[in-house]
Write a protein that binds this ligand. Structure first.
Ligand SMILES: [Zn+2]
Length: 412
């Protein structure tokens, strides 16, 4: 049988999997996999479900748990599964098991952890981020098994923990302790971001810099502001002054969307519990996504200087500490084999031209790239990740499974 014929059969088969997709998403959504940082118990239940399922398909599941005393299981699951191909040349799909919390429940139209099906849309926390990756890769494997097709390339699935809260117990652990699993010759796909038409192949990321700004002033009764140094007012001045960063770091790179570095004030810690006290201490955070051209030390130094000046006018001091410091990894070459294979498959399945691009980062692919493993982030996404009413399209899951099948086959 030619690879073209195999591809046709696999596509036909995948088109019959609607019910299985819904059932799989239903099971995954119901197993809440939150990390301990956000009060969760980890990914054990979801990993156990997937282990049982993959074993029932006759596959061997390799376990690489990362010790973690913060969760009841004492470890965080990382699973690796192979569908052996005609050669040991691998196409990897790395997906993550964990999800982010649902956030404000009043913004959801239905229970985040109960799958809701509405036509082509499957709603629930995790349906897109990152069950999309899990489901589409499982579908491609299942189609090969059902049709007894051995693709030229081995399909390798990595289902990892801890993506949403830093990766230390997930991919970073796998690479640190079991780095031999991956080779620079492998095609590595990370379905964890993408565009609605499936044409974005992410190959580069901005550096990530999260800063904690602690403002120290002087607390006082709200009726006596002359005795106080109000850190909330100072924070407002600092935040406005920091808008100037855009002018100080003006470079643009069209590989990225948006093309410039960004500096966003985000979280603010609670200060005084009552209205009639002027706060004397305030903490807020900045999330900076910086083009690879700039040095993070230099960015931090300017933020410290701008904040000190703006707050200083009100007698308030500012300490600036990094919370996350992730200089961007070397990009995956736009002509890397994994990019070419994705472009060819997207053309064949969706009839569209996919383009290598950079994003505000950071995806888990950075950990591969830091180790010289050229990874491409790709999926047909709809921007619902981390939002209320997160959903994915059933048709995209099946379409993306075809893309993976095409790559495993090395078809034309
Ligand atoms: Zn994700």
């Amino acid at each position: 049988m030619t690879t073209t014929e195999m591809f046709r059969l696999l596509c036909e088969r995948l088109d019959t999997y609607q019910e299985q997709v819904i059932e799989l998403q239903r099971q995954l959504v119901s197993r809440v996999a939150l990390g301990p940082e956000v009060g969760g118990v980890g990914e054990t239940a979801k990993a156990a479900f997937l282990t049982d399922l993959l074993q029932s398909w006759g596959l061997k599941v390799h376990h690489y748990p990362a010790p973690d005393t913060r969760v009841p299981a004492g470890e965080r699951p990382n699973l690796v599964v192979y569908l052996p191909g005609q050669s040991s040349e691998k196409v990897w799909v790395l997906s993550h098991l964990d999800v982010v919390p649902p956030g404000d429940l009043t913004l959801w139209d239905s229970d985040p952890f109960t799958l809701r099906v509405d036509g082509d849309r499957l709603y629930g926390r995790g349906t897109e981020d990152d069950h999309h990756g899990i489901v589409m890769s499982l579908l491609a494997v299942k189609a090969c098994l059902d049709l007894k097709i051995t693709p030229p390339r081995t399909i390798a699935l990595a289902l990892v923990a801890d993506e949403e809260t830093g990766n230390d117990k997930g991919l970073a652990y796998l690479l640190r302790e079991h780095g031999q699993l991956f080779s620079p010759e492998d095609l590595i796909i990370v379905p964890d971001a993408g565009s609605q038409d499936g044409t974005m192949i992410e190959v580069a990321e901005k550096s990530i810099l999260w800063l904690k700004l602690t403002l120290m002033g002087k607390q006082s009764h709200a009726s006596r502001p002359h005795k106080a140094k109000n850190t909330l007012r100072a924070a407002a001045h600092v935040i406005v002054a920091l808008d100037g960063l855009q002018r100080e770091f003006p470079l643009q790179n069209p590989l990225f969307r948006p093309p410039m570095s960004t500096f966003e004030p985000t979280k603010k810690e609670a200060n005084v519990p009552n209205i009639n006290t002027i706060p004397g201490r305030g903490v807020f955070y900045l999330d900076c996504r910086v083009l690879p051209d700039y040095d993070l030390e230099q960015v931090k130094a300017r933020i410290q200087a701008i904040a000190t000046e703006a707050a200083g006018k009100l007698g308030v001091t500012v300490a600036v500490e990094p919370v996350q410091w992730l200089p961007s990894a070397p990009p995956t070459a736009p002509e890397a084999p994994v990019v070419k294979a994705l472009q060819q498959a997207v053309r064949r399945v969706y009839g569209r031209e996919a383009i290598p691009q950079g994003i505000g980062g950071g995806t888990v692919a950075a950990f591969f790239r830091q180790r010289g493993l050229p990874a491409a982030v790709w999926m047909t996404a709809n921007d619902g990740a981390h939002q209320p009413n997160e959903f994915c399209y059933l048709s995209h899951l099946i379409g993306d499974a075809k893309v993976l099948a095409h790559i495993a086959l090395g078809a034309d």
